[in-house]
Design a protein around this ligand. Sequence first.
Ligand SMILES: Nc1nc2c(c(=O)[nH]1)N[C@H]1C(S)=C(S)[C@@H](COP(=O)(O)OP(=O)(O)OC[C@H]3O[C@@H](n4cnc5c(=O)[nH]c(N)nc54)[C@H](O)[C@@H]3O)O[C@H]1N2
Ligand SMILES: Nc1nc2c(c(=O)[nH]1)N[C@H]1C(S)=C(S)[C@@H](COP(=O)(O)OP(=O)(O)OC[C@H]3O[C@@H](n4cnc5c(=O)[nH]c(N)nc54)[C@H](O)[C@@H]3O)O[C@H]1N2
Ligand code: SF4
Ligand SMILES: [Mo]
Length: 737
Amino acid sequence: MTDSTNKIRTRAVCRNCMISCGVFMEIEDGRVVGLIGDKDDPASHGYTCARGRDVTTQLYGPNRLLRPLRKAPSGDFESTSPETAISEIADRLRVLVDEHGPASVALYTGTYALAPPASLLAGAFMNALGSPMSFSCGSIDQPGKFLARALHGQWQGGGQPFATAETWLFVGTNPLVSGLGGIPTLNPAWHLNRALKRGIKLIVIDPRRSETAKKALLHLQPVPGEDAAVLAGMVRIVLEEGLFDKNFVDENTRNLEVLRQHVESFTPEFVERRADVPATDLLEATRVFASSVTGGANAGTGANFSSRGTLTEYLLACLVTLCGFRAREGDLDPNPGVLVPRGPRRAQPLAPTPAWGFPPKLRTRGLSNTACGLPTSALADEILLEGEGQIRALICLGGNPLMSWPDQAKTRAALERLDLLVVLDPKQTQTGQFADYVMPPKLVPEIPALSYDFEELESHAPGWGYALPYAAYREALVDPPDGSELLEDWELFYLLAREMELDLQLYVGAIRTPGDPPARRVALDMQNTPTTDELFDVLTEGSRIPLSEVRRHHAGQVYEDPNAQVLARDPDSQGFLELGDEVMLAQLDEALESGSLEGDDEFPFRLICRRQENTLNSLGRDQPKLVRARPHHPAHMHPADMQDIGIAPGAIVAITSRRDTVHAVVMESEDLRRGLVSMSHSYGIDLERLATGSDPGEPQPFSMGNHTGALASADLDYEEPYTGLPRLSSIPVRVTL
Ligand SMILES: Nc1nc2c(c(=O)[nH]1)N[C@H]1C(S)=C(S)[C@@H](COP(=O)(O)OP(=O)(O)OC[C@H]3O[C@@H](n4cnc5c(=O)[nH]c(N)nc54)[C@H](O)[C@@H]3O)O[C@H]1N2
Ligand SMILES: Nc1nc2c(c(=O)[nH]1)N[C@H]1C(S)=C(S)[C@@H](COP(=O)(O)OP(=O)(O)OC[C@H]3O[C@@H](n4cnc5c(=O)[nH]c(N)nc54)[C@H](O)[C@@H]3O)O[C@H]1N2
Ligand code: SF4
Ligand SMILES: [Mo]
């Protein structure tokens, strides 16, 4: 499409997050000038979000780095070429590996590491180096999901589709805003509206009346951190009232009676006392949920952050199994996959697998590798703890540890302690300030875009991934800005390996459901640098729809297979779903004894997590268009609480936990329970400017005060013995002027 100028409008893929919406980009004189929705896109129906629409700031804004940065001996950053940076980084890594062994080098992959093929190359680099120290943001997100799935076992047939489900339960997640999990993710509002029109019975468990809760038939508003008690109460009602799917449970599970015994004390009255959910509401919600014929449930970050996240996820998996909300033989498989090679879905359980205790063991708090990878909450400790096994170099791909890891002060000390910090990020970030090298990448659409990573998430958790067989590819559309010297993220790892004379082997398809094609090892040609497209080909080899076909559509497309069905159980299948995991039920017994409701005069409030609409974690906080309406993240409080402690809306308060203090501007919210402060993370504003003038000022990307992770401490609020996650929600705090 062309207008009177030389501006063209072309189909494209937004890669500003992993959802990869099919969109139009407007391009003029070799530069992207706009991103708009594509109403004809079969999956996104014209949907875009504010972050996607602001792609021009990402590409051409003042904060984008156009050349690598190197920290000079003076401590100032100077720009350098990729070649010089790579040669120096290689030299420094060699010295560290020679002196301290390969395990002294760690990798941290954040939210933006998943875009293919960067994380694949990063993993291959770590393997070639011989270091097992690869950490990811997954373990400070919803790690309980992965451990619970291992302990409970998986249903190979997958979940029942949201599009036709009679009921759905959301625990500590707000998918209408976050777009992750449960409500189909491309254009969640569209999918939710359709579901509401046909009468879906939505149940939300959230101490805040969230955007999703406002749409729900029933909203339970418990004390934060009591999800395990609430879910144990629901399981008890289901068993007591015989609301479970007896045939399904008989055929596919073990240890129902053990579960029954352990939930016995979680009567509706007990849950009411403990979690402050009226017994009648708990009964009603459970009856609505469990008497539905089809349904599903998701827990999110709120449920995982508030202590006992693994137990909460485990009880939720048990509840869904009891209700039989699992795809059955002959059901349509609404998403038989597109680009991620996989086997057919079968209506059968896959037996539990170990969830923790894998090598390597860490030196911190007895932690080890787990079903969700190494615990990132221990990474700062592993950098700071002197002696054998100390981590001395960190490569950070697409993450921002200073604004995401628990315990900001400890994280800062760790970043300062490192002998070498390499940060791959398009801009200078709070973490990048501590880096020796900041390596900015080329961005989509300067490079080809592929939707692979979000599709792959389907195998990780129910309700994740695309609800439809959607895939998107678009070749590069513009050149990087004039004068820039940029690599692709993956190229850094490739060139670094070549410089260090390491051979890279890609390990493709590492985390899959059994029954899918086996993982493959593919040796890379270390003489002739591959193209991104060649790497995409390796990644998608054997996919249901060949990548060549997806490429032909030049953007998003749905590849339906009306005949895709969930197959019958394999006659040799020995699988079962475990309802009575000993470790989980021992944690439940413990939860019976100690709740999180206990009053605490010193820290009478609880800080709970939330997400902001226009920004994604720390990304976008420095983009004026995204934060124009509100350049800070307020501390939402109930007006009655504010009155009690004499705080007016707009006041700047100090929020103090046992670990640290952050400051924030208070905002009234009737949507909260009393006694809470609801606030999002990864934010930085200049509070001095805020305090001295009515103009809150432009957001200051380098201010570090306001990451709520500063309030979290593994030393003080450590209740997750396997994931290592301290509380990032339900943190005891006091609020003062
Ligand atoms: N207190 C508290 N802590 C939390 C959370 C919370 O809710 N509260 N949430 C947790 C969760 S769920 C997560 S996932 C983690 C997130 O933790 P991180 O992933 O560590 O943090 P992000 O802010 O998402 O960092 C993403 C970085 O990627 C950069 N980036 C963007 N595009 C590209 C690209 O193409 N290439 C590269 N190399 N970089 C790119 C962005 O500029 C940004 O700096 O934080 C966790 N920490
Ligand atoms: N716009 C936007 N979208 C995002 C992100 C973003 O930063 N901005 N981040 C992305 C990332 S990395 C992730 S992991 C996902 C996360 O997606 P979600 O898990 O949906 O995260 P939130 O939207 O913060 O919703 C968490 C909810 O949990 C509630 N909550 C807090 N504590 C408790 C508790 O103890 N119990 C219960 N039951 N509820 C509690 C909060 O009130 C909040 O409504 O979102 C992704 N999408
Ligand atoms: S949801 Fe993600 S992919 Fe879609 S428009 Fe927003 S940033 Fe782009
Ligand atoms: Mo996340």
